[in-house]
Ligand binder design. Structure first.
Ligand code: HEC
Length: 136
């Protein structure tokens, strides 16, 4: 049967594109050793369209929903990475839930990433806390 060949070629194609790095593992075939979680890549893929690449919120989207500005001092001082992880997993109001899409380690690393991103955002950097921008 011809269609039996398809999953293998799809898996190879996905591997070439590096799709496993962003969580689109292919069913069936062993994807090999686990790749390190890259929160910057996941963020760019799944979060930046709303939160903006710099974490300050997409300017257009901010007109229609209260996208969190990650450089907001309230988020930086009052929020914890645990709070962030909970919101990413379960969603909140117009923030979609990602618990079904991302594994707990990925959510964990994203929760730390958005806080670092907020500190590094233009206008969000504090002299006492000079974190460099995460490099792609
Ligand atoms: C469809 C647009 C959208 C996408 C996509 C999105 N968010 Fe959000 N996010 C929001 C909105 C809107 C809020 C504010 C929710 C509220 O409190 O009303 C929010 C809130 C949050 C918060 C909570 C901030 C706080 O106030 O404590 C975190 C953390 C967060 N988002 C992270 C992420 C991450 C990480 C991703 C990608 C995996 C993501 N978001 C994808 C729209 C989005």
């Amino acid at each position: 049967m011809r269609h039996l060949v398809v999953p293998t070629s799809v898996a190879i194609f996905a591997a070439i594109l590096g799709l496993e790095a962003i969580g689109c593992s292919t069913p069936g075939d062993d994807p090999g050793p686990a790749l390190p979680v890259d929160p910057a890549a996941i963020y760019a893929q799944m979060c930046a369209r709303c939160h903006g690449l710099d974490g300050r919120g997409d300017p257009e989207l901010k007109k229609t929903m209260p996208v969190r500005d990650f450089s907001d001092p309230v988020f930086q001082t009052k929020g914890t990475s645990e709070d962030a992880a909970r919101t990413i997993m379960a969603g909140r109001n117009q923030m979609p839930a990602f618990g079904g899409l991302l594994s707990p380690p990925k959510i964990q690393s994203l929760s730390g990433f958005v806080r670092r991103l907020g500190r590094a955002a233009p206008g969000g950097r504090r002299p006492a806390d000079p974190l460099p921008l995460p490099r792609p």
